[in-house]
Design a protein around this ligand. Sequence first.
Ligand SMILES: C[S@@+](CC[C@H](N)C(=O)[O-])C[C@H]1O[C@@H](n2cnc3c(N)ncnc32)[C@H](O)[C@@H]1O
Ligand code: SF4
Ligand code: SF4
Length: 340
Amino acid sequence: MEIGEARRIATKIYVGLARVLKFPSFIQFEPSKKCNLQCEMCEYNKISGGKVMNFKEFKPIFKDIIKANPLSKIFPKIMLFDITGIGEGLMNPDFLKILRYMKSKGVTITFATNATLLTKSNSKMLIENNIDIVFLSIDGATKKTYEKIRKGAKFDHIKKKIKEFSLLKRQLKKNKPKLMIRFLASSFNIEEMPLMVDLAEEIGVQGISITNMNTAPGEEYLKADKKRFDELVNIVKKKAKEKNIQLDVGFTKRRPITACKRALNSMYVSCEGFVLPCCFINQGGRYEEITKKYNFGNVNKINIKDIWNSQKYKKFRNQIRKGIAPPVCQGCYLFYPIKK
Ligand SMILES: C[S@@+](CC[C@H](N)C(=O)[O-])C[C@H]1O[C@@H](n2cnc3c(N)ncnc32)[C@H](O)[C@@H]1O
Ligand code: SF4
Ligand code: SF4
């Protein structure tokens, strides 16, 4: 059996057991609400950013999770944490300390970065601590498109930083972190998807994950022609196979809300400690308002297991199971309600 297949089965078992033991199987932390870019499509442009989750705040919360989850001793590696929110993790001075501490408990860690702040020293730390996957957000294969979307970043600069990262990985003879490009598809950039495969090869990354918008701050983003998008995805698939680049194509059409696994199995913790179902609630500039209004509690005050099993959270999950969109999900572009 391949490692990938073994892990898939173990994850399935873990998710089932976590449900029986009344614990979320996937937890996402927002490390920072600070960012150095102003990407066109991002909610970050509309929040009063500035807060970061520091190590002193993070440590007791994480300790609590490890203690409260009976599976953390048996299956540490299957416990998956994504350390990404609105903002740039590498803007948090304690980010690497947080990751190192988490890794000391043996869990699996992924995070997304705009790659602008990668340096030799933080790259080395990420490699030496076996961070599992780093998603590099690159929404264009040309300088023009990339810099139009990722305002404040320089295409040549991030390419250089990622090449250096890949080289360091080879020099240290490490397979991890796996480097994946995260490409947010829109009408502005879909024509460049095939070129993304060449870019991936050039900068030494192992895969490309194509995702779509969850919100509509600019309607343009949602107008990407679906027929053309599908044609391009077929070209990309062929090219990626030839070049041995992994390709994951995320949601390309909305699905019924009952299919939302995030709502049922996972939890998102903002850098202030507020618990939400996921990071996709950031609809059209209302992220902060929605966080305040609909959060399930604050992990700085209430144990995470108690929040997960609170009446409010249970009611939320029951609504999802019935196909009703709870208020917090009502602006989500990934899933649609099947009942009022
Ligand atoms: C919000 S960013 C935070 C991490 C980091 N600053 C970065 O850019 O990767 C996380 C991911 O969300 C994506 N993103 C930004 N705005 C989005 C939106 N409105 N809908 C869906 N994904 C979005 C970004 O492209 C990025 O890959
Ligand atoms: S997508 Fe990432 S880099 Fe761009 S503004 Fe949002 S948080 Fe910052
Ligand atoms: S329906 Fe959308 S907003 Fe609600 S939990 Fe699922 S992905 Fe998140």
